[in-house]
Design a protein around this ligand. Structure first.
Ligand SMILES: [Zn+2]
Ligand SMILES: [Zn+2]
Length: 472
């Protein structure tokens, strides 16, 4: 880093730190299988540090080499470690390289170190490689499968990149501010470490949060982050709220215990609509009112914040960036023939490989938003016996009941049978998109579009939490 004093790292940050932490984002992952990375240094000179700090005090195995601005650098991995080449200069082989701009790069559009061919959208059909400019420093370490590149930068600068990548710049700024507060709280709560054994806090993709550097940085994202600097949600126990969110609750939000098996302080169920809206009659959604919730006449006049009356389907992609296809996420349905559903179950359920005929399917339990948490299947196996299997999480239900992923588990199951009682079709009518706990993104967008500010949006989705500045 530029000064001798290192910033607090996210891993060691606590509310008592009262300082903005730095975050470490995995941008090139071992699974990308890269043995070479090309980099262009920014308009300020950089320093390259090579080696790993010695274990004994005063003994540092680190060498430092200045690199001029605008230099092309190539980093390659071999059995000996990493080697950096820049013109005639060769550094390494070594176990660690850090390229660090000697003046802090401003979080401005296009500022920072340019890295060639970074993967975006890992594993999705739209996966692509693109150059990215990254503010902060870059660290390279060799892993058996390839080079790992970690971008370390101040949290607020990182958030601008996240808000730019996740949200369309046409979004109302109060909605973007709410997204900033939620993303910042979720990061600082650090309760969901998906990369425990890797040398970074979060990756740059949908697995954690999408982040694509400063390249397309939008003015509205900069304004939203700067306008909420340090603001986080504090849960009733005084801790930073683990601020979960999903795409669309469907009208009623879900309880944490129903999604993750245990309650979370500050995550409650809410009706995602003004107090006089007809959707309020469905709190909670039960087996008895489910059909009316999914299909009733009230849908024609609801002003639920995530309904299509407030956020029209055609506008969602303009606001929420890339969505796979334009669809009504508030109310939807999926239909399978028996053969289709049987083949889905055989492919996705290891227990169903011997399934010969599906006999029945029913929801055993639901949460307050109608989301199923237990679904039972009964089938005839190849030996002619009957087997019963229960899927027991909303995640598994969504995973198994669709070739991709079912939008949500808030489903009513309608089975059509022939005169002999054999299943012909199974129709799933559903509400919402995602687990439905915490903030509803499409609903928060709807609140922003109808004039609500960041405080109102946060109070609506997290009624027991408080907005506080975690650092100046
Ligand atoms: Zn990740
Ligand atoms: Zn909602």
């Amino acid at each position: 880093m530029h000064s001798t004093e290192r910033p607090v790292e996210l891993q060691t940050w606590t509310p008592a730190s009262r300082a903005e932490p730095s975050v470490r984002i995995g941008v090139i992952l071992e699974s990308d299988g890269r043995n070479g990375v090309d980099v262009l240094t920014p308009v300020v000179p950089c320093q390259v540090s090579a080696g790993v700090e010695g274990v004994n005090e005063g003994k540092s195995g680190i060498s430092q080499t200045p690199i001029p601005s605008g230099s092309s650098i190539r980093i390659e991995k071999s059995a000996e470690g990493l080697t950096l080449r820049c013109g005639d200069c060769v550094i390494g082989p070594t176990d660690r390289l850090v390229v660090d701009p000697q003046e802090p790069t401003q979080a401005a559009p296009g500022a920072g170190i340019l890295v060639r061919d970074v993967v975006a959208g890992r594993g999705f059909h739209w996966q692509k490689n693109a150059d990215q400019t990254l503010a902060g420093s870059l660290e390279f370490v060799p892993a058996p499968g390839g080079i790992v590149m970690v971008n370390e930068l101040p949290l607020e600068d990182y958030l601008i990149g996240v808000i730019t990548a996740e949200m369309g710049s046409a979004c109302p700024v109060e909605f973007l501010k709410a997204q900033c507060v939620v993303a910042r709280s979720w990061l600082l709560a650090m309760t969901e470490p998906k990369h425990k054994i890797e040398p970074f806090d979060r990756c740059n993709d949908d697995c954690c949060q999408r982040y694509q550097g400063t390249g397309d940085m939008s003015r509205s994202a900069i304004d939203a982050v700067q306008g909420t600097r340090g603001l986080v949600l504090i849960d009733p126990n005084g801790k930073v709220l683990d601020a979960n969110y999903s795409k669309s609750c469907g009208g009623v939000s879900e309880l944490a215990e129903h999604v993750w098996g245990e309650p979370k302080p500050g995550i409650n169920t809410i009706v995602d609509a003004p107090a006089d809206d007809p959707v309020n009659q469905f709190m909670p959604v039960t087996e008895d009112n489910l059909d009316a919730y999914l299909n009733g006449g009230w849908l024609a006049k609801t002003k639920a914040f995530c309904s299509t009356h407030v956020v029209p389907v055609e506008t969602i992609s303009k606001y929420l960036g890339r969505v796979d296809e334009v669809d009504d996420y508030f109310r939807w349905s999926v239909s399978y023939t028996r053969a289709e559903l049987e083949s889905l179950l055989r492919d996705k359920l290891p227990e169903a490989t011997g399934l010969s005929e599906l006999l029945d399917m029913r929801v055993l339990s639901r949460g307050v938003s109608g989301r199923a948490s237990r679904v039972e299947f009964k089938w005839k196996d190849q030996a002619g016996g009957e087997a019963v299997h229960v899927l027991d999480s909303e995640y598994r239900i969504r995973e198994v009941l669709h070739r991709g992923f079912l939008y949500s588990s808030a489903i009513a199951v309608r089975i059509e049978r022939d005169s002999g009682g054999l299943i012909e079709t199974v129709t799933l009518r559903g509400a919402g998109w995602g687990h439905g706990a915490g903030l509803c993104q499409i609903g928060a967008l709807g609140m922003g579009l109808t004039g609500h500010d960041v405080d109102a949006i946060c109070r609506h989705y997290y009624p027991q939490a408080e907005l506080q500045a975690a650092y100046p």
